[in-house]
Design a protein around this ligand. Structure first.
Ligand SMILES: *[C@@H]1O[C@H](CO)[C@@H](O)[C@H](O)[C@H]1NC(C)=O
Ligand SMILES: *[C@@H]1O[C@H](CO)[C@@H](O)[C@H](O)[C@H]1NC(C)=O
Ligand SMILES: *[C@@H]1O[C@H](CO)[C@@H](O)[C@H](O)[C@H]1NC(C)=O
Ligand SMILES: *[C@@H]1O[C@H](CO)[C@@H](O)[C@H](O)[C@H]1NC(C)=O
Ligand SMILES: *[C@@H]1O[C@H](CO)[C@@H](O)[C@H](O)[C@H]1NC(C)=O
Ligand SMILES: *[C@@H]1O[C@H](CO)[C@@H](O)[C@H](O)[C@H]1NC(C)=O
Length: 910
């Protein structure tokens, strides 16, 4: 269907809705009061526990029991001490008035956009329904129940006990579904998989158990006559002359009779005139699955293409839809609330997942091609921005996504143990050019397949897929995290009943989740994948349960190795796409101070929050290989451990990511690297690069460099005792004029390079230039040894250093010549810039040294979210300036030197 067949286009070029109204007389818009009306019930909620001993009034939505009764849950040991909240039942009640006479006609629905999780809803003491899926919107027709004075009650059951009772019921039927409980070190709750609730609520290896309960999204009264537009999906495809938008408007309707409608599309920047879809004026819309579908073409010259971050603009075009609906042949009546609106931003791009025989002849490629260009996906994994769903606000989301963009990321994976993120999240990803790998919310568990469970899952998939699908950022849907691997590697003891679990796995993900995802199948998005990791397309031959879902030659892999030397590139696999890999570190000492009581000892708290089954052993093992960690008795031990953990993590992730990037143009054809994990939910040992306060760990600063569009990589190749120098370029038309690589040999004991060689180089556009293989002995000979020297490689044009990397040939702990650098620093200048009620403080810090300072680390000891121009850097020049910026409500003129902590590895050398 093209536009001409079913759309009437206005003559005359008028574009204002008022004129539309005049042209269409009483049938169209601008008759006052004919729009669907929404009344938010966001205020004056009261929360009471089961026996009435506790209550809070005057609560606003979104709300949850932990933010209402235990706002300090992330402080000290409160994750344990406040756990009782999750064992009680809680009633949310709201008394509201309603003008029943004013709203005599039409229908009134009470719509809950998100209840966490198992609840019973009553209006004026009548049961409206029960909920058990926090990812589902529940809507009830309350037209006949509303009175002038109303009492709305939502009784929320203890999530922990609700999960337990479901697990017991399954057990009784001989249908238990593992895992029962998390590892003991998680201090977690059991049976997360029984509830359609953020799986990480019951604890994870990076997060506390905070089994939330509450109303985490809006509650509304929707007053309408026939139908409302709930979601709009736009599938864009292009041919030689046009972009075609295949538009689907998903409606929610009264639900008893078929109806008619007229839809108007306004797209000011794309179409000269509004488009009126007339098809459904005479052809009825089915109330069973109400949807309005049509095509609208736009000449390609009118469109600026949408690109991922780093490749071009993120142009978004607003589309605005107005729908009028009616029942019966006579058309709508004038004052009825028949008009519904919806606006979305559409980005024009093509996106394919290319899985064709790989250059090494051993399986398939796994790469994303956007607008015809093969793009290396670089980024990270995103966990919920707050452990409490009601607190997942725009500010923190905005900071995290902007941090991802600043670190040159172009993809984030929204991981399956969290939530389907908010509209704001995806809108921002659209406008920042961050592609989203969207897991469906199933992670690290088997799941029930009872009829109730599956029907709830289908509704969840339908609603969320329809809501998210139009976003240009949403690149692919994947139905679960690691559940295929768990099944075939027997993580949860499923081999005891293998056939049953395999058949249940297929039933859930293939027959239900994938089946429902078909409604949002796009020409500009690949088909959903079943699991991550998986063999991608090749897993079809195995009916989606492959012997080795971690096959390096197909699909994506997750890779963790905690005991080998993670600074050595040799230990890593060479996959097509690495969608998870990473290392733990500890957030800064000041972050710990903010999250503990004065009398909490640091190390016991750190150990309590260390959920890794191996404890701190992986972190300490890696640190001790390379850095001079003091003895635990040493008073400097905690500071050193924290600081070194961040260096170790940053270096390991840099090495692994650089290896993956450098494999792009080899027969391995690696085309993606998403490290685990971008963000944190509390101050704890974790794999994150940004702490819970939004402050960047060293990894995030380093990621900005090792993910840069143009980057030099020097990877050690042990078999040949050489360095492979590769030049990575994500630009399509790089400027290669005058490019040189300079190799500097530094002594640990002296500033400035002691020897230096340079050579002319070039770049390979959107690819990797394999520049040179240099034997170590060529650079380190004579007076230079692997112990007294280290190497620096610069990619430069004249004096401009475009990218820089270092190679440390031996353990830094064993290096010879690292001494007190004689470091002095001072606050050189400060400025305050006021915008609105926010004051941006910019401070320059000049750092002077007499000898090389190793991994200079700065930390602000004030509760601001701050950014440094760089951190964890090698200072091999006498003087270096670093810029610190933070927003505050005042101009921090009083910030003193002592409000900064400056550390170097030198400080800990014996
Ligand atoms: C009421 O519930 C609270 C919180 O669960 C509990 O501490 C208290 O003992 C209960 N009171 C009675 C009288 O049962
Ligand atoms: C919560 O409700 C459940 C189900 O009605 C009940 O079994 C349980 O005893 C209640 N919990 C409390 C603390 O009252
Ligand atoms: C109102 O609720 C009824 C009953 O749950 C449902 O069938 C209908 O689709 C809802 N209407 C809207 C606009 O969501
Ligand atoms: C391209 O799409 C436009 C709009 O849908 C259509 O009119 C045109 O015939 C198409 N061209 C080709 C070559 O298919
Ligand atoms: C270094 O390059 C050689 C030759 O191209 C290659 O075989 C080897 O795998 C590379 N090693 C690393 C660590 O990149
Ligand atoms: C400096 O490096 C060059 C090139 O690698 C080498 O020929 C020369 O011997 C080196 N000089 C010293 C003092 O090591």
């Amino acid at each position: 269907m093209t536009a001409g067949d079913n759309c009437r286009v206005f003559g005359g070029g008028a574009y204002c809705p008022l004129l539309v109204g005049l042209l269409w007389g009483s049938l169209a818009c601008s008759v006052l009061g004919d729009a669907v009306e929404v009344i938010e019930l966001g205020n004056n909620w009261m929360i009471t526990n089961q026996n009435g001993s506790l209550s809070r009034d005057d609560q606003t939505l979104p709300s949850g029991i932990y933010s209402a009764f235990g706002p300090q849950v992330l402080h000290s040991y409160n994750d344990i001490d406040l756990r009782w909240l999750a064992y009680d039942n809680w009633t949310y009640s709201n008394r509201f008035q309603f003008d029943v006479h004013h709203y005599k006609r039409g229908h009134i629905n009470l719509t809950f956009h998100g209840i966490d999780t198992v609840s019973e809803i009553r209006l004026n003491h009548q049961l409206l329904g029960r909920t058990d899926n926090m990812f589902v919107r529940y809507s009830y027709d309350v037209s006949t129940l509303l009175q002038t004075e109303n009492l709305l009650e939502v009784v929320i059951l203890s999530p922990v006990l609700a999960a337990l009772s479901r697990a017991q019921a399954l057990d009784k039927d001989g249908k238990s579904v593992p895992p029962e409980c998390p590892n003991k070190r998680y201090h977690g709750e059991c049976h997360m998989n029984m509830l359609r609730k953020m799986q990480a609520s019951f604890s994870w290896d990076w997060g506390p158990a905070v089994p939330s309960a509450g109303i985490w999204k809006n509650v509304e009264l929707e007053i309408y006559e026939v139908a409302v537009i709930r979601d709009v999906d736009v599938d864009v495809r292009r041919n030689d002359s046009h972009w075609n938008m295949h538009i689907r408007c998903y409606l929610d309707a009264v639900g008893k009779e078929n109806f008619y409608g007229r839809l108007i599309l306004y797209a000011v920047e794309l179409l000269e005139r509004p488009v009126v879809v007339e098809t459904y004026v005479s052809k009825s819309i089915s109330f069973l699955a109400p949807v309005i579908e049509f095509d609208q073409a736009v000449p390609i010259e009118k469109v600026v293409t949408w690109w991922p971050n780093g490749y071009g603009e993120q142009k978004l075009y607003p589309l605005h839809f107005t729908l009028k609906t009616w029942i019966g042949a006579d058309g709508p009546e004038i004052r009825s609330k028949t008009k519904s609106h919806k606006s979305v931003g559409v980005g024009f791009r093509t996106l394919e997942l290319v899985e064709v025989p790989a250059p090494d002849g051993l399986g398939n490629t796994f790469l994303f091609r956007v607008n015809g260009i093969e793009i290396f996906m670089k980024g990270s994994n995103y966990i919920p921005s707050d452990i409490l769903p009601e607190l997942q606000g725009n500010e923190q989301i905005g900071h995290l996504l902007r941090s991802a963009k600043e670190a040159n990321m172009n993809m984030l994976r929204v991981w399956g143990g969290g939530v389907y993120e908010s509209d704001y999240f995806y809108q921002l990803a659209d406008s920042l050019g961050i592609l989203i790998w969207q897991d469906m919310m199933f992670a690290c568990a088997m799941y029930p397949v009872s009829d109730d469970f599956l029907s709830s899952v289908r509704e969840e998939v339908r609603q969320n897929a329809k809501r998210l699908s139009h976003h240009p950022s949403v690149a692919i849907f994947v139905t679960n995290n690691e559940n295929e691997a768990a099944l075939v590697q027997n993580w949860y003891g499923t081999f005891s009943d293998r056939e049953r679990f395999e058949s249940e796995y297929r039933e859930l993900y293939l027959a239900n989740v994938i089946h429902e995802l078909k409604i949002v199948s796009h020409g500009s998005r690949p088909q959903p994948l079943v699991s991550s990791p998986s063999n991608g397309k090749a897993s079809e031959q195995d009916n989606y349960i492959s012997r080795d879902p971690q096959d390096n030659h197909n699909g994506d892999v997750h890779f963790y190795d905690y005991l080998k030397d993670a600074w050595n590139p040799e230990i890593y696999p060479r996959p097509r796409f690495a969608s998870e890999y990473g290392f733990q570190s500890f957030p800064g000492a000041y972050a710990w101070q903010r999250s503990k009581n004065d009398d909490d000892a640091l190390l016991p708290l750190l150990n309590h929050r260390q959920h890794h089954p191996l404890g701190n052993i992986p972190v300490i093992t890696l640190v001790e290989r390379h850095l001079p960690l003091p003895m635990p008795e040493d008073e400097n031990y905690p500071n050193a451990l924290i600081y070194f953990s961040q260096i170790a993590q940053a270096m390991a992730t840099k090495t692994e990511t650089e290896l993956y990037r450098s494999l792009r143009d080899t027969p391995h054809n690696t085309m993606g690297a998403l490290y685990w994990q971008l963000n944190d939910v509390w101050v704890a040992p974790s794999w994150s690069s940004i702490d819970v306060y939004g402050n960047w760990k060293l990894l995030q600063y380093w990621a900005r460099d090792f993910l840069a569009p143009i980057a030099i990589v020097a990877l050690y190749d042990r078999p040949t005792n050489s360095l492979n120098i590769s030049l990575i370029c994500d630009q399509l038309q790089p400027n290669t004029r005058g490019l040189m690589v300079t190799a500097n040999v530094h002594l640990w004991s002296q500033l400035l390079p002691r020897n230096s060689t340079s050579w002319v180089v070039t770049l390979r556009p959107n690819g990797v230039q394999y520049d040179k293989v240099i034997p170590i002995t060529e650079l380190l000979n004579g007076d230079f040894t692997i112990y007294n020297a280290f190497l620096e490689f610069q990619l430069r044009r004249g004096q401009e250093v475009i990218s820089r990397t270092y190679f440390f040939p031996a353990s830094i702990a064993a290096a010879i010549g690292i001494e007190d650098p004689g470091l002095e620093y001072e606050i050189a200048s400060r400025t305050c810039l006021t915008t609105g009620n926010v004051i941006r403080n910019s401070i320059s810090i000049s750092i002077q040294v007499k000898r090389p300072a190793v991994f200079v680390y700065l930390e602000l000891l004030k509760p601001y979210r701050y950014t440094l121009s760089e951190n964890g850097f090698m200072q091999t020049t006498p003087m270096h300036v670093v810029y610190l910026t933070f927003d505050a409500t005042s101009c921090a003129r009083l910030l003193r030197k002592s409000d900064l902590r400056v550390l170097t590895v030198n400080d800990f050398m014996k």
